[in-house]
Design a protein around this ligand. Structure first.
Ligand code: SAH
Ligand code: SF4
Length: 354
C-alpha cells in the first residue's frame, strides 16, 4: 500500500542510507525551532505521506530534507483487512526484515497493537512469534512509525489513535532502552501527546525490566503474561520461567503497583489440559488476592504447527466462574483479527500464519 520511493542514497543492496525523519523529529532535527515545530506538526498531527507535501516549508528546504532523509522507517507496508474491522499491517523495514502491527479502529476507541522486535527470543510454546525465533530489536523510530504509518494508511491523523498496546511481536522489556524512547515519543506533547494511561506494555515477566520501568515513572500500564499460577506449568510453556520464578516476578509486579498506582493486568491464555484445571483457577485466585490486579483470560488463537490447543468455550467459562468465586476481577478477551492472523500470538510476519 505505502511504498516510499527510495530515490536518494540507496546502496547496492537496496538499503536506503538516509536516516528517517521519524528518528530525528521533534528534538534532533538541525533546523530552527520554528521549522522543527512545523515538521513535527506534519508528522505527528497531520500525518503527511511525503516530505514534498509539507507545503508550508519553502520548496528548497523540502528538497534538502528529501535528499537527506526518508520520511518513514519502512520500505513497504501491506494491510490485511479482517472481517471484524481490524487491520493487520505488515511492514518491511529498511534492511528487508519484517514486523507487524494491528490497528483496531473501533468507534470511540481506536487502538493499535505494536511490535518491539522482529520475532522474539523468549520462545513461548503457544506463540507464533516465539516459534519464528528472534531476528532483531526495533529502534525507537521503528516502534513509533508503526502508529504513524497505520494512521496514514487509514487516512487519519496519528493523534486520533489514542490507545497503544505493546503486545505485538517481541518482548518489550528485553528491548527496554528503545521501548522507553518510543514511549517518551508517544507521551511528548510536541509529538503524539498521549496519555500514559492509554499505553499498556505487556511482558512475559522480566523482573529487572519491571523495576526499571517503575523507576522511569512514565505512568504506563503494565500487563503481565502469567499463563499459569504454578511454577511447573509455567516452565513447560514459557522458557524464561526457568530464569525468573513466580515469586520474584510477582514481587516486581507489586512494586510496580506500589510505585505507579496503576492496576496491573494479568494475562492468561487458556490452553487445553495445560493451565485450565479448576485447581489452577483456585490457585490463581489465591495469588491475586491482595494484589490490585485484573485477570484477562485470552482464548488461544491457533496457528499452523502450534504444539498446544486452546481450551473450549465451556472450559473457559467454568475457569472464569471459579476465579470469580474467589472474589477477583476477571474478563475474557476475545481477540480481533483472527481471520488475517492478526490476533494475539499469531504475528509471525507471514511465516506461520499465512
Ligand atoms: N512479549 C509480550 C508481548 C507480546 S505477546 C508478552 O508475552 O506479554 C502479547 C500477548 O499475547 C501475551 O499475553 C501472550 O502471552 C499472548 N499470546 C501469545 N500467543 C498467543 C496465542 N497463540 N493465543 C492467544 N494469546 C497469545
Ligand atoms: Fe515473546 Fe510474548 Fe510470544 Fe512469549 S508470548 S514468545 S514473550 S511475544
Amino acid at each position: 500500500m505505502v511504498s516510499e520511493p527510495a530515490a536518494f542514497g540507496v546502496s547496492g543492496d537496496g538499503v536506503d542510507q538516509r536516516p528517517s525523519l521519524v528518528s530525528f523529529v521533534p528534538g534532533a532535527l538541525p533546523l530552527s525551532g520554528y521549522r522543527r515545530t512545523q515538521v513535527a506538526h506534519w508528522l505527528y498531527q497531520t500525518g503527511v505521506g511525503s516530505i514534498e507535501r509539507m507545503t508550508n516549508l519553502p520548496g528548497e528546504l523540502r528538497n534538502e530534507l528529501s535528499a537527506a532523509y526518508r520520511l518513514s522507517e519502512f520500505r513497504e507496508t501491506h494491510g490485511f483487512q479482517s472481517a471484524d474491522g481490524s487491520v493487520k499491517y505488515l511492514f518491511t523495514l529498511n534492511d528487508g526484515q519484517q514486523t507487524e502491527a494491528v490497528y483496531m479502529p473501533y468507534e470511540g476507541r481506536t487502538t493499535i497493537c505494536i511490535s518491539s522486535m522482529v520475532g522474539c527470543p523468549a520462545g513461548c510454546s503457544f506463540c507464533a512469534t516465539g516459534y519464528m525465533g528472534f531476528s532483531r530489536n526495533l529502534s525507537a523510530a521503528e516502534i513509533v512509525d508503526q502508529l504513524l504509518v497505520a494512521a496514514r494508511e487509514w487516512g487519519h491523523s496519528p493523534r486520533e489513535i489514542r490507545n497503544v498496546v505493546l503486545m505485538g511481536m517481541g518482548e518489550p522489556l528485553l528491548n527496554l532502552n528503545n521501548v522507553l524512547a518510543a514511549i517518551r515519543r508517544l507521551l511528548d506533547p510536541s509529538a503524539l501527546d498521549m496519555s500514559p494511561r492509554r499505553i499498556t506494555l505487556s511482558t512475559v515477566g522480566i523482573p529487572p525490566g519491571i523495576y526499571r520501568l517503575a523507576e522511569e515513572d512514565l505512568g504506563v500500564k503494565l500487563a503481565l503474561s502469567l499463563h499459569a499460577p504454578d511454577e511447573e506449568t509455567r516452565k513447560k510453556i514459557i522458557p524464561t520461567a526457568h530464569r525468573y520464578g513466580l515469586a520474584e516476578i510477582m514481587e516486581a509486579v507489586r512494586h510496580y503497583y506500589a510505585r505507579t498506582r496503576r492496576r496491573v493486568t494479568l494475562e492468561y491464555t487458556m490452553l487445553e489440559g495445560v493451565n485450565d484445571h479448576p485447581w489452577q483457577a483456585r490457585m490463581l485466585g489465591g495469588m491475586v488476592q491482595g494484589l490490585t490486579a485484573h485477570v484477562n483470560l485470552i482464548p488461544f488463537n491457533a496457528w499452523p504447527g502450534a504444539p498446544v490447543r486452546g481450551s473450549g468455550q465451556e472450559q473457559i467459562r467454568a475457569f472464569a466462574e471459579v476465579l470469580k468465586g474467589t472474589g477477583i476481577d476477571v474478563s475474557v478477551r476475545w481477540s480481533r483479527g483472527r481471520d488475517v492472523g492478526a490476533a494475539c500470538g499469531q504475528l509471525a510476519a507471514g511465516r506461520a500464519d499465512r
